[in-house]
Write a protein that binds this ligand. Sequence first.
Ligand code: N1C
Length: 276
Amino acid sequence: MEPGGHRPAEKRGGGRRRCVILSVAAGLLLVTVAVVLGLTLRQKADKLRPTFMARCKGFKGYDCEKIWEEFTQAYVGQDPCKVPMEAYDPLVAAAPLKSSCNRIMLWSKTKEMVHDFTKKKDCFITLEDTVLGFVLDGLTWCGKEGSSETFTTSCPGWTECENNPVRSFWKRASAAFADVACGDVTAMLNGSITTPFDPKGIFGSIEVKRLNSTRVSSLNIVLVTQKNAVANCRNTSLKDLQKVLDVGITYNCTEVAESQILECSSNPEIPCGACW
Ligand code: N1C
């Protein structure tokens, strides 16, 4: 037998084997990358529930599992541009708001200022102090047609479509909040913008319109001003506000410097209601 007779065939065989091993390794690598990627993405998508539950647990007397179920039924499996505010009716029914007199604080374009104030002084309640507002504050969520998952990224924003799950939630929750308002209602608006009253915002399009004169006696606007304030209580947008307000509700407006609000909220000696 020729000593090197089989060599070329062996060589060819070795090359093929190496080729197979390399393909298997590349395949395994691909599968591993896909699994890891899938798991991280899934973890991201499932992050909403733990946050929701952890925040909900702090509220006594609410069935958080039930609230979560009613919450997800509003948008899971739906086109994220076709979720109307009514989709959250069962959620609002599962976590009813308590009626509150003289303590309701509404706002528009003053979110941080308002919450900084309400955190320090215990005189007002914002929607974020209620279970629904608290658990969902600052979060993003949506579903997808034909999927049973909750997504927290790549959800449509307000510029893409009005009926997105986040905006519709805030509209529905705000409506419920305005419905339980009673007595004197306060609203902080931003005096550093040319139109402090935005008729298209949730405060303007939902809350103001739902204040009912049989329950609410006055709406007191606190117009928060800074050094070079661009708006005052005579601002035309505030005339529009009065036009949509239920007749029978007394309208008041006070310009208050932001520095005064900050000073007042950081001084525990000053009683509630004496800040403006
Ligand atoms: O559209 P806006 O304000 O006029 O709505 C504010 C108004 C408040 O009085 C609240 O009761 O509506 C209620 N509300 C919230 O409580 C809330 N928390 C967080 C409305 N929106 C809320 N968010 C988010 O802020 C929400 O995602 C939406 O995008 C903004 C609206 O803020 P805005 O334009 O300043």
